[in-house]
Design a protein around this ligand. Structure first.
Ligand SMILES: Nc1nc2c(ncn2[C@@H]2O[C@H](COP(=O)(O)OP(=O)(O)O)[C@@H](O)[C@H]2O)c(=O)[nH]1
Ligand SMILES: [Mg+2]
Length: 302
């Protein structure tokens, strides 16, 4: 029985799956695992953005185990298992603070999907019975505060905000005070995302981080970086920049529904060594899933 959530993930990964489907067809063709098969396997993994290191590692293991042998279902099972192994240490759970508010800071470049992901996360946590506050820390763009306000009304959660152009540090300061005074369970902070090349932005993030940590014990408990899966390798470069300034604890990989690059989770794991905690598969509130390696890899193939 396929669950509703699994089906949604499957739908979201349709484009990436079409790349992997070619592999399954190759298995159907019979014949032996030869150079041609290996080249095709490599091409498919690469096209799905699994990344050079992971692709090379998987191909070598397939070669060792199956070269010159009959192509059959075992090859596919083997590839799937290898892919799952690459992600085996991933943990999607949020690191909750049980002695007070849990603060989740969300960073990423403009357009990556920060505000939408925050809304999805807030809705999910509220459904779980938590008292949730979102914080409009992106005070640079006029639309950003408004966008988060609309989401908060739709979700029915609190929002702390200020006028566009105001000091984000002051907004975050107020949010932390209010969270403590009114026993909020979770505080999710939106941040500005102008280009990562601007040291200004990184300074701003560092500052917000510092303010949060002053107010609440061991906070922020999560710093989630939102990466747009459709930007492929570029997303990895962005992540490396962010990692230099803020202590990131995980990735939200957004927009997987719009890309065949769903293999990017493997590259992220290999290059950044940060867990992918959530995957975004659409623009609606329930279009975000905690990342689970097993169902993710299964959804790539079925
Ligand atoms: N298809 C798709 N669109 C998304 C997803 N996440 C965000 N978006 C869209 O990407 C655009 C930018 O999102 P936004 O949250 O405003 O990005 P921000 O600038 O980082 O805050 C919006 O049009 C969102 O609806 C996703 O998982 N799938
Ligand atoms: Mg935004």
């Amino acid at each position: 029985m396929l669950s509703y959530l699994y089906r949604k993930l499957q739908d979201g990964l349709a484009k990436t799956r079409s790349v992997f489907a070619g592999l399954a067809q190759m298995v159907g063709l019979k014949g032996k695992v030869d150079e041609q098969f290996m080249a095709e396997l490599e091409k498919r993994l690469y096209t799905a953005d699994v990344g050079t290191t992971a692709t090379a590692a998987i191909c070598q293991r397939v070669r060792d185990a199956f070269f010159d042998k009959e192509i059959n279902g075992d090859v596919m099972t083997f590839v799937k298992l290898e892919l799952k192994k690459l992600l085996a240490t991933e943990k999607a759970d949020i690191n909750f603070n049980h002695g007070g508010p849990t603060v989740i800071m969300v960073a990423g470049v403009n357009g990556s999907g920060k505000t939408t992901s925050i809304a999805k996360l807030a809705a999910r946590l509220k459904r779980e019975g938590k008292k949730v506050m979102v914080v409009a820390g992106d005070t640079f763009r006029a639309a950003a505060v408004e966008q988060l306000t609309i989401w908060s009304e739709r979700i029915g959660c609190d929002i702390v905000k200020s006028a566009q152009g105001s000091d984000a540090a002051a907004v975050v300061h107020d949010a932390c005070q209010k969270a403590k005074a009114r026993d909020f369970d979770v505080v999710i902070v939106d941040t500005a995302g102008r280009l990562h090349t601007q040291t200004h932005l990184m300074k701003e993030l560092e500052k917000l981080h510092r303010i949060i940590s002053k107010h609440i014990q061991a906070a922020p408990h999560e710093v989630l970086l939102v990466l747009d899966a459709t930007t492929g390798q570029n997303a990895l470069l962005q992540a490396e920049h962010f990692k230099k300034s803020v202590r990131c604890t995980g990735i939200i990989l957004s927009k997987l529904d719009g890309t065949a690059k769903g293999g990017a989770v493997f590259a992220i794991k290999q290059k950044l060594n940060l867990p992918v905690k959530f995957v975004g598969v659409g623009e609606k509130l329930d279009d975000m899933e905690p990342f689970d390696p097993d169902s993710y890899v299964d959804a790539l193939f079925e």
